[in-house]
Design a binder for this molecule. Structure first.
Ligand SMILES: *[C@@H]1O[C@H](CO)[C@@H](O)[C@H](O)[C@H]1NC(C)=O
Ligand SMILES: *[C@@H]1O[C@H](CO)[C@@H](O)[C@H](O)[C@H]1NC(C)=O
Ligand SMILES: *[C@@H]1O[C@H](CO)[C@@H](O)[C@H](O)[C@H]1NC(C)=O
Ligand SMILES: *[C@@H]1O[C@H](CO)[C@@H](O)[C@H](O)[C@H]1NC(C)=O
Ligand SMILES: *[C@@H]1O[C@H](CO)[C@@H](O)[C@H](O)[C@H]1NC(C)=O
Ligand SMILES: *[C@@H]1O[C@H](CO)[C@@H](O)[C@H](O)[C@H]1NC(C)=O
Ligand SMILES: *[C@@H]1O[C@H](CO)[C@@H](O)[C@H](O)[C@H]1NC(C)=O
Ligand SMILES: *[C@@H]1O[C@H](CO)[C@@H](O)[C@H](O)[C@H]1NC(C)=O
Length: 867
């Protein structure tokens, strides 16, 4: 399906392209004998539903050649007609009971596109009467049913695009009669069964064949395809093909793109593969069961740009010639059993951008010439047997963004990475590196992920790392020592520091300052104390103010701060007025309060709270405040009285995800941004579930509890409120909050104890919101169902997915959206045991992140999404 778009621009265009528009007056003459074309077209229009009025310009007052979406060209060649007519009705929101009977009588009709509409029907058989048709495009038109053999009666057909529908059954062998066909796109349907060899024997003019994404096909690759000598684009990925790659494929001399990925192919690639494929630009054999060594001849394909063979069982060395191909951009060979050394890169001429060799058995050193490849932006070779030291120049490429050489046998010190201005991820874990962590890493402007765990590094954690906006700093299991810089401790979970007995600091087993406070080892108390000596005083001060303000009331207020916040009790209480309400949830209102120093904080005032004693609430709050993660909202402190608890959070500029989705009823964020939000929420939730003992459950996850910073990085708020208000009050509040019922897992009302899988359900609902672009409650204005049911109702009908996915997102993102939709459906399974745990969700989303990773090197502002 993706192929159709790619080809649209590069194929020689067929007859349908307009060369000269016929003047309005030159209307066809034969109106006397036959019905006039304009009447036929109006008949056809009458069979359509056109809710947006796209065809309202079709009226008798203008010559039909001037009608919108109609083009006429002079066509001396077209039989029996002075003009040839093209109808381009794609993407007009059309539906209805399509009937082609009158349409096909329009003389000279050469091209018909009904693509990207909502026809919910089978192909009208009378289309077979459109004898002059050269191009028929029904892609993504919501068609279903069998492919009618009657299509074979369109002798002039050059291009047939039926992709992205729900066609079922076998591909009729009769289509072999379409001897002039150059484009046959059947991708993304539900075609099944065996492909008939005769079908391909006769289609010798084909330039493009797309059978991809028909997962129910049960066929070997037909050797006949190898004899379609004009073939340039062959897309057979994801269609259940079995068996070996036929030897005949070796002779496809015009082939530019060959995609056989995601099938169940086995056996070796035929010897000599590549020798005759002198035009091949992209080869994708990934995700099959192919084995044996890869034929050397691929190194002769001088136009090759992408070589993707990952996730197979290949053995032997990577063909040596590959590395010196002048145009090669991408090598993806991870998850195979390749062996041998990595060769040096040919100096100064390589255009490689991505090299992924993870999980093989490569040995020897990392090539010294790696820094000379000026275009390289990803080098990953984790899980191999590489040894020796890191080349000093490993990130000399001005584009370098990701280096992953975890889990090898590398040694020596870590060089100063001074030139890596675009380095985002640096994974060096599980090697034998020694010496210090270079302080100069703190100067790299976009470095976000650092994993140096399980090495033999010594020295301190450099304070310079505080300059970075880190999402991951894993230095566990080294031999580091000394004081950990304070902001690193507060921003990152302590597990990333463990296994370094010499490290000290608040929250760690070793307190740097003194052994005298052992009895006070409560990490949080220590954090507050060493953070800012003033904070404790501040808290006490504020506490006093609260008491004074409410002096006449029986219950004094107590203010406890976990972070330095310049707030007085007066300011807090004065802030609770209606004008500053920014949200309402199950547990009460949320206020935005601006402090005197300009800082904004959000305060969640919990109704029905304050029933638990202060000490209990304080202990729970302390435990919750200890949860620190890039995707968890920072809890600044809380205020307590008998009868009410208010929690203070860092206020984030962009409000909540709910605000974003509901803004003017138009949620326009690009897919990449949405994946990033999903990933952030998943990482935050996974952190709650998996990095804490006892596990922290959120129990109220919803879009309004996902806050967004000014770069749309999400932070989860509002977790663990049940522990502060008590289970009874939690149950009552949740039950009374009818607005957000659909986030709540179906088993919640009958389950004895809350589980992490209930949170997974809530996460799934958020993911559905991101995929559909619709709010969770009442996604459709004309229907009162919630998003889970709305999606379920559509998922099983023909081509339902195309109605579910947010139409404002470009079709190129569809594969990713489809995968996200499937993940969301698993997360929202009715049966809790069918939902994935959050760490598995994170892994699934990672794959999506890689697939939205731009093909070109990322700009510094585009932080690559990696956990
Ligand atoms: C069919 O129409 C779609 C939507 O307009 C377009 O993207 C695609 O390239 C067309 N197919 C062919 C073969 O031109
Ligand atoms: C398609 O049509 C069938 C009836 O033919 C109907 O039941 C179904 O709901 C329709 N699907 C959509 C998405 O409109
Ligand atoms: C093969 O194509 C030719 C026209 O190119 C046609 O005459 C013939 O009938 C086709 N054969 C089959 C089996 O359809
Ligand atoms: C490594 O690759 C093999 C296939 O060669 C695969 O089965 C295995 O799961 C991979 N390991 C990892 C950690 O990805
Ligand atoms: C780096 O490699 C390790 C080991 O294969 C893997 O677990 C990790 O996810 C990789 N990280 C990235 C960002 O590719
Ligand atoms: C790397 O390993 C190979 C054996 O695989 C060994 O011969 C070589 O000396 C090692 N090199 C270094 C620098 O340790
Ligand atoms: C940090 O590194 C340790 C040791 O390699 C590993 O066990 C742990 O899973 C890592 N944590 C994360 C979140 O990567
Ligand atoms: C850790 O480093 C210290 C010196 O800082 C050294 O004495 C000790 O032996 C090292 N421990 C290990 C396990 O390498």
């Amino acid at each position: 399906m993706a192929s159709a778009a790619a080809v649209g621009t590069s194929l020689p265009l067929f007859l349908l392209l307009v060369s000269t528009l016929i003047a309005a007056s030159a209307s066809p003459s034969s109106a006397a004998e036959a019905q006039a074309p304009q009447e036929l077209l109006l008949d056809f229009k009458a069979s359509l539903r056109d809710p947006s009025g796209a065809l309202s310009g079709w009226s008798r007052s203008a010559p039909y050649c001037n009608w919108p979406h109609v083009a006429c060209t002079s066509a001396a060649a077209a039989a029996n007609a002075a003009v040839s007519v093209s109808l381009s009705l794609q993407g007009l929101g059309l539906s209805g009971e399509l009937s082609a009977a009158s349409l096909c009588r329009v003389p000279g009709l050469v091209a018909l596109s009904l693509a990207s509409n909502g026809f919910n029907q089978t192909i009208p058989l009378d289309l077979a009467r459109c004898a002059s048709l050269a191009s028929l495009n029904l892609s993504a038109g919501a068609f279903w049913g069998p492919l009618p053999e009657q299509l074979a009666a369109l002798p002039a057909l050059v291009s047939l695009d039926l992709s992205g529908n729900s066609f079922e059954g076998q591909v009729p062998a009769e289509l072999a009669a379409l001897g002039s066909l150059e484009v046959l796109d059947l991708g993304g349907n539900r075609l099944s069964g065996v492909l008939h060899p005769a079908l391909f024997r006769n289609l010798t003019s084909l330039h493009l064949l797309d059978l991809s994404g028909n997962q129910f096909l049960e066929s070997e690759l037909p050797p006949e395809i190898g004899r379609m000598s004009s073939l340039r684009w062959l897309y057979l990925q994801g269609s259940g093909f079995t068996g070996a790659i036929p030897e005949s494929f070796l002779g496809l001399e015009q082939l530019q793109v060959l995609d056989l990925s995601m099938n169940s192919l086995t056996g070796a690639v035929p010897p000599g593969f590549g020798l005759k494929l002198q035009k091949l630009m992209a080869l994708d054999l990934s995700q099959n069961g192919l084995s044996g060594p890869f034929p050397e001849e691929i190194g002769k394909c001088s136009m090759l740009q992408r070589f993707e063979v990952h996730d197979n069982a290949f053995t032997g060395e990577l063909p040596g010639g590959l590395w010196s191909l002048p145009d090669l951009r991408v090598i993806r060979a991870q998850n195979n059993r390749f062996t041998g050394r990595l060769p040096e890169f040919p100096s100064g001429q390589s255009r490689l951008e991505q090299v992924q060799l993870d999980n093989n058995s490569f040995s020897g050193g990392i090539p010294q010439s790696i820094g000379q490849v000026r275009t390289l932006y990803r080098f990953s070779a984790s899980l191999n047997e590489l040894n020796g030291s890191l080349p000093e120049n490993i990130c000399d490429s001005p584009e370098m963004s990701t280096i992953n050489i975890s889990r090898n046998s590398l040694s020596g010190t870590i060089p100063e990475f001074r030139s890596c201005r675009r380095l985002v991820s640096l994974y060096l874990a599980g090697n034998g590196f020694t010496g210090p962590i270079p302080a100069s890493l703190g100067d790299l402007p976009v470095l976000t992920y650092i994993d140096m765990s399980s090495n033999d590094l010594t020295g301190g954690v450099p304070a310079e790392l505080q300059n970075l906006k880190l999402a991951l700093l894993n230095v566990s299991y080294n031999n580091l020592s000394g004081r950990v810089p304070p902001s690193l401790i507060s921003e990152l979970p302590a597990v990333f520091l463990q296994g370094n007995p010499g490290l000290c600091g608040p929250g760690l087993p070793n307190d740097c300052d003194a052994p005298l406070r052992k009895h006070q080892a409560l990490a949080l108390a220590a954090t507050v104390a060493s953070f800012l000596t003033g904070v404790a005083l501040l808290a006490v001060g504020a506490f006093a103010v609260c008491r004074r303000l409410h002096g006449s009331e029986p219950s004094p207020w107590k203010l406890v701060l976990f972070h330095p916040v310049k707030i007085t009790g007066e300011e807090l209480l004065a802030g609770f007025h209606d004008k500053s309400i920014i949200g309402r949830g199950a547990f009460g209102k949320i206020y935005l309060i601006e402090l005197q120093d300009g800082q904004n904080i959000a305060v969640k005032r919990l109704v029905n709270s304050g029933k638990l004693p202060f000490r209990a609430v304080k202990n729970e709050m302390k435990a919750l405040a200890k949860v620190r993660h890039k995707n968890i909202a920072k809890m600044l402190g809380f205020c307590y009285s008998d009868g009410e608890v208010s929690i203070m959070y860092d206020y984030l500029q962009m409000g909540s995800l709910q605000d974003l989705i509901c803004a003017h009823q138009k949620f326009t964020m690009a897919w990449k941004g949405r994946v990033r939000i999903a990933m952030g929420v998943a990482l935050g939730l996974a952190h709650l579930h998996h990095d804490h003992t006892p596990q922290v459950l959120h129990r109220d996850l919803k879009a309004s509890n996902v806050l967004l910073d000014d770069e749309f990085e999400p932070r989860i708020a509002g977790f663990g409120v049940d522990r502060v208000v008590g289970e009874m009050a939690y149950q009552t509040s949740m039950a009374s909050d009818l607005n957000y019922k659909c986030y709540v897992a179906p088993e919640q009302s009958r389950a004895k104890n809350p589980t992490h899988l209930m949170d997974v359900h809530s996460f799934g609902v958020i993911l559905l919101e991101l995929v559909t672009g619709k709010p969770a409650e009442q996604p459709a204005s004309d229907d009162s169902v919630d998003i889970v049911r709305w999606v379920r109702r559509r998922i099983n009908v023909a081509d339902g997915a195309s109605q579910i996915l947010d139409p404002s997102i470009s079709r190129t993102a569809q594969q990713g959206m489809q995968a996200a939709l499937e993940l969301a459906l698993r997360c929202t399974s009715v049966m809790p045991n069918q939902r994935p745990a959050m760490d598995e969700v994170v892994r699934s989303l990672q794959q999506l992140c890689f697939s939205v990773h731009p093909q070109t090197p990322p700009q510094p502002t585009e932080i690559v999404l990696e956990p």
